[in-house]
Ligand binder design. Structure first.
Ligand code: UT7
Length: 344
């Protein structure tokens, strides 16, 4: 491992961007499969065997997505041991902002990060990876030194809780990472991002087509969204086809063998997808990170939420190599290879 690390850190792949902190926050309320079975025609056996999900958390009274995202970011900043005034950039990856004009500035103000600029980024379940890569461009250019990237979603707002094909899958949560440029330890090795809007109809949270009278001879569109609609099988096939391709491509590009990966960290959508991707690279199950059992699919939050859990319980150690991939609506997908360099 050490020789391999030296090889990478001495090579042309040095991005100069380090992962120095992570954090997460989840709602208090846990909804079990059994409880969902009291609402729709489903059961724990079906959900566990088809998805690996045992329970999920849902934002209820006295909680908000912005509060969760703020807590996740704060945990990451504390782990990095940063003064909040030194943060230059905050990106909130979310498809469920509390304000369509953006929720990131509210988080910036909650944190007291008065020197940071902040904005939202939407790429559904791939959002965290897209935001990570966006932040890395600012860091690599030298225009900023410190960034916090948050993935947070409250899909429970937009799920049709009477549609058993989708309601069993999703949960709410938030996760964050603290990224630093010009650290002495380079973390981000490389990445790739992709989109295919022609298949976007497989998974939507689209606006309703309601037009109301505005004035004589003119209408306007009412601002309103329909519940999440998904062709599960199509999304499944897309994920098990494209994730191995994109991961394989970046592994090849950076000449990294799959046996050198310490952890496979995929978007947590379905345990069968995690297992299928791992088996394509002969990655043993002990190296495949999964917390689907407790949180389900928290959209943009899954990757940093899982990272934070595995860092804080000391599975991921400083210097570990992580192969990461996210995928989802858009359709969109991406992959990144990075070393964890946080203090744990
Ligand atoms: O982050 C976004 C990315 N999203 C994903 O990655 C989702 C990808 N897709 C999947 O994970 C899977 O396709 C699902 C978990 C959504 C569905 O699993 P599946 O094995 O593809 O099931 P299916 O849709 O083919 O349904 C099989 C059967 C159907 O019954 P019939 O027609 O065979 O009688 C469904 O009606 O299971 C039924 N079914 C359920 N039964 C009990 C569907 N949902 C449920 C349910 N409980 N919740």
């Amino acid at each position: 491992m050490r020789a391999f690390l030296d090889l990478i850190s001495n090579s042309q792949w040095d991005s100069g961007i380090s992962f120095v902190g992570c954090g997460s926050a989840t709602p208090q309320k846990v909804i079990s499969n059994h409880q969902l079975g009291q609402r729709v025609d489903t059961n724990d056996e079906w959900i566990q065997s088809r998805t690996g999900i045992g329970e999920r958390r849902v934002i209820g009274d006295h909680e908000s997505l912005i509060d969760l995202a703020t807590d996740a970011a704060l945990n990451a900043v504390e782990m990095a041991d940063w003064d909040v005034k030194t943060i230059d950039l905050i990106i909130l990856a979310t498809s469920t902002p509390e304000d369509l004009f953006g929720s990131a500035p509210k988080i910036q103000s909650n944190l007291g990060a008065s020197n940071a600029f902040a904005f939202d980024l939407t790429a559904a379940c791939s959002g965290f990876l897209f935001a990570l890569v966006t932040a890395s461009q600012y860091l690599a250019s030298g225009s900023i030194k410190r960034a916090v990237v948050i993935g947070a979603d409250q899909l429970s707002k937009w799920v049709d809780w009477d549609d058993r094909k989708t309601c069993v899958l999703f949960g709410d949560g938030a996760g964050a990472v603290a990224l630093e440029s010009s650290g002495d330890k380079s973390g981000l090795i490389g990445y790739d991002l992709k989109s295919d809007g022609s298949k976007g109809g497989c998974l939507n949270l689209s606006q309703s087509n309601i037009f109301l009278n505005l004035v004589q001879g003119a209408t306007h569109q009412k601002g309103e969204y329909l519940p999440i609609k998904m062709e599960g099988k199509e999304v499944y096939k897309f994920a098990v086809k494209e994730v191995p391709i994109i991961l394989g491509e970046i592994l090849e590009k950076y000449q990294i063998k799959s046996e050198n990966i310490d952890w496979l960290l995929l978007h947590q959508a379905n345990q069968r997808i995690l297992d299928a991707v791992a088996s394509r690279f002969s990655i043993p199950s002990e190296k495949v990170l999964s917390n689907l059992k407790h949180y389900g699919n928290t959209s943009a939050a899954t990757i940093p939420l899982m990272l934070d859990e595995a860092v804080r319980d000391h599975r991921i150690k400083s210097g570990d190599l992580i192969a990461c991939s996210g995928f989802g609506a858009g359709l969109s997908w991406g992959a990144a290879l990075f070393y964890w360099h946080g203090p744990y």
